[in-house]
Design a protein around this ligand. Structure first.
Ligand SMILES: [Zn+2]
Length: 440
């Protein structure tokens, strides 16, 4: 009989759920608590996403009909009674999503205290925060007070919910650390540019308010290569590396092609890959924002046969020298992690971000998406730090197999604690149920 050591004393799923629960307790409920507290609803929603349920209805059916699941909900999530799906939709619909932001902040501070974030520091000790928008709901018939509306050429109107995600990334780190996302609201405008530009103003202000001393380099796509965004980032004392598109920054690229000030730099790495840079320092962004000076980097990755494998351009105010170019390029390329490691995972790797768990009349879609991001944050930290979780994953071979194993054990066996759950997967029948002292 055995168990795996290394279920870290503080930073494990149990301690993170306990912290989330204590922060949920501080949120003022939008309704008079009757049978259930708001924490009960929020922890149930967190369990829904932690267990990767594909629908709220299925979660409701399981928790209603199965004593084992009810016992496990209490043991692992601290939920004594799970509210029904209708009540969950009704109550969470009324909750202002901004109320969930402090939960993200508390979890990040927890992770920071455990020194996990140190590995994410990059240029000058700053964190790279990749920001991008995504749509999580789209319909031509279902709508609510906060749906973004789009009028199409054929006269049809469609409704959508979108959000801006912000995740800490690092070129050499597989996991991303999600921060609180910002909903894109109906009043933000009717076209994509306006919507995302208005939402980013709130996101940047919130980020700075919540993390006043954090050194931040924001990574953005070409949509944001605009004067108002750069000015906003300067106002909030944030650096940036933003994708630069020829079509959008025509004048800047004309200078790159014509100026005698353009500098060249080439690095040939151990794999014989050529990294070619052309760069221009201290040039005006465009005529309208003449006083905003940026550095423009053009980059090509060329393989041994001379084929260009990757091409991109960025603007930044960070110092561009032969010594910094490669790190700036790697940071710029890490922007992609918000799409690949975040949106793709949340849409296709068990989380069902685009599934309609319930729409409601006000905030339900956004509140559920934010709780899903919280579950994703906890999962990412587990994946990075928890040896017992890692052993379970190694035994299961694939994340999708691990999800199936967790769900099947959760629904069919009484599980005394998280370590026992992961031990059972990692060690099979040799696992000994362990008693974990509550040290958090
Ligand atoms: Zn809506």
């Amino acid at each position: 009989m055995a168990w795996i050591s290394g279920f870290r004393k503080h930073l494990n799923v149990k301690s993170m759920l306990k912290l989330a629960k204590s922060r949920f307790d501080k949120i003022k409920s939008p309704v008079q608590p009757r049978k259930f507290t708001l924490t009960n609803y929020l922890m149930s929603a967190l369990a829904l996403f932690k267990l990767k349920y594909e629908s709220l209805l299925k979660f409701d059916q399981d928790t209603r009909q199965n004593d084992t699941i009810r016992a496990n909900m209490e043991q692992l999530f601290g939920v004594l009674k799970v509210p029904c799906d209708t009540a969950m939709r009704k109550v969470l619909d009324l909750l202002d999503p901004a109320q969930l932001r402090p939960v993200f902040k508390a979890l990040l501070a927890f992770v920071q205290r455990a020194k996990i974030l140190e590995a994410y520091r990059y240029i000058n000790g700053a964190y790279l925060i990749s920001i991008d928008g995504t749509e999580m709901f789209h319909s031509e018939s279902v709508q609510c007070d906060n749906c973004c509306q789009s009028k199409h050429g054929n006269g049809k109107v469609s409704f959508a919910h979108k959000l801006l995600a912000a995740v800490i990334v690092h070129p050499a780190q597989k996991q991303v650390i999600p921060l609180a996302p910002e909903p894109i609201q109906q009043q933000d405008g009717t076209n994509k540019n306006d919507c995302e530009l208005n939402a980013i103003k709130r996101l940047i202000a919130d980020l700075r308010r919540e993390h006043p001393h954090m050194k931040i380099i924001v990574l953005l796509d070409g949509l944001y290569a605009a004067g108002p965004v750069i000015e906003l980032l300067r106002d909030y004392n944030m650096e940036y590396i933003i994708v630069a598109k020829r079509k959008k920054l025509t004048k800047l690229f004309e200078k790159l092609d014509a100026s005698s000030q353009v500098k060249l730099h080439v690095i040939i790495d151990k794999q014989n890959i050529r990294h070619e840079f052309r760069y221009l320092e201290d040039v005006s962004l465009n005529d309208s924002w003449n006083y905003l000076k940026v550095n423009l980097i053009e980059y090509r990755e060329v393989d041994e046969t001379g084929k260009v494998r990757y091409y991109n351009c960025w603007i930044t105010a960070l110092s561009v020298t032969p010594d910094t170019l490669e790190r700036l390029m790697r940071a710029g390329r890490a922007r992609w992690k918000v799409e690949n490691e975040t949106f793709n995972t949340l849409k296709n790797q068990g989380y069902h971000l685009e599934h309609n768990y319930g729409h409601g009349h006000k905030h339900l879609t956004t509140v559920l998406a934010m709780v899903m991001f919280l579950a994703f944050l906890i999962d990412q930290i587990e994946l990075r730090c928890c040896k017992v979780f890692q052993a379970a994953l190694a035994q299961a071979k694939k994340p999708s197999y691990l999800r199936i194993r967790i769900r099947s054990l959760f629904t069919e066996n009484i599980i005394p604690n998280w370590q026992s759950l992961y031990d059972r997967i990692a060690l099979g029948n040799n696992a000994t149920p362990v008693c974990i002292p509550d040290t958090s």
